[in-house]
Ligand binder design. Structure first.
Ligand SMILES: [Fe+2]
Ligand SMILES: [Fe+2]
Length: 299
């Protein structure tokens, strides 16, 4: 028997996480008797610090695997996004968990289907204006890239079915519309349009055809959800996210009465002006935040 921990969206560079912070995460994983770890993307903006994180956890003796998120992709080429040369990189590759169960990692991508607008030209324009992924160089259009990945996923799952393997699937992007939030306030309509870049529900539809998929874990949303069971598959989404989005940061703002309105977009500036106070608070409360952002899978 073992226990896999999945962590996504650690964003070590944006969150300025240092060794002492990662040690706190390692302590939690030890306390929870974890036997292996998978990082489901957005570990860092650059490959080097991301690999340093994987090395760090591996030094504790945990077999450590990973897939990329969109943030690492800006530091990669099309070839290294899909086939990075590292034993621990799982993209359409599996790691055995037990005799009948495998961990399958897939980066994933998006097809604009979650957006409230249909005009692809307009969506591409929005991407170039507002979205981090404008820095990623890909070899085809986003819907075409996604289509190719779907075919690969189909053949991968077909093969695993023939081998009579059950599957724990880990990916970065959102495979189910149930995890997409649509704002009702017209002031936030832009966010509904930007849902274009969150994932592809065709992935969830494909998974429906493979009863051997037991659980799907993903991140990218920077919003944590309680697990949902959809068509017999358990879906888990609890990314760590940016420091100004953490639950801890919300409590910090309230406890020190630093703002009247709890608007995460304003938190960055407030933290900047109260850095020593925030760092002290973070030192104490980071473990709770980590705890909420780990998915455990027994195998
Ligand atoms: Fe992220
Ligand atoms: Fe992401």
């Amino acid at each position: 028997m073992g226990r896999l921990a999945v962590v996504s969206d650690l964003h070590v560079d944006i969150n300025q996480l240092v060794t002492e912070d990662l040690e706190k995460l390692a302590q939690i994983l030890q306390d929870n008797n974890v036997s292996r770890i998978h990082f489901a993307g957005d570990t860092a903006n650059k490959i080097e610090p991301a690999l340093a994180v994987f090395d760090f956890f591996q030094r504790y003796g945990w077999p450590t695997t990973f897939n990329w998120g969109n943030h690492e992709m800006a530091d990669l080429t099309e070839a290294t996004i899909e086939t990075f040369d590292d034993q621990r990189f799982l993209n359409f590759r599996t790691a055995p968990l037990s005799k009948d169960l495998v961990l399958l990692g897939v980066n994933g991508w998006y097809d604009y289907g979650y957006s409230t607008i249909l005009d692809q030209k307009k969506i591409r324009r929005m991407k170039n204006l507002y979205w981090y992924d404008r820095m990623i160089q890909r070899s085809a259009s986003d819907p075409d890239i996604n289509q190719g990945l779907l075919q690969q996923l189909h053949s991968c799952l077909t093969k695993l079915t023939q081998q009579e393997k059950e599957v724990i699937l880990v990916t970065h992007f959102v495979p189910r519309r149930e995890f997409i939030v649509y704002q009702t306030n017209p002031a936030y309509e832009r966010w509904n349009e930007l849902n274009a870049f969150l994932g592809s529900e065709a992935v969830g539809d494909l998974i429906d055809h493979f009863p051997n998929v037991r659980q799907v874990i993903f991140g990218h949303t920077h919003r944590r959800f309680t697990d949902k069971s959809i068509n017999g598959v358990q879906y888990s989404c609890r990314p760590f996210g940016y420091f100004y989005e953490w639950q801890m940061t919300r409590r910090f703002m309230q406890e020190y009465q630093l703002t009247e309105v709890l608007n995460p977009l304003k938190f960055r500036g407030i933290i900047h002006r109260n850095r020593p106070l925030f760092d002290e608070y973070k030192e104490k409360h980071l473990p709770e935040e980590f705890q909420q952002a780990i998915t455990y899978i027994e195998y």
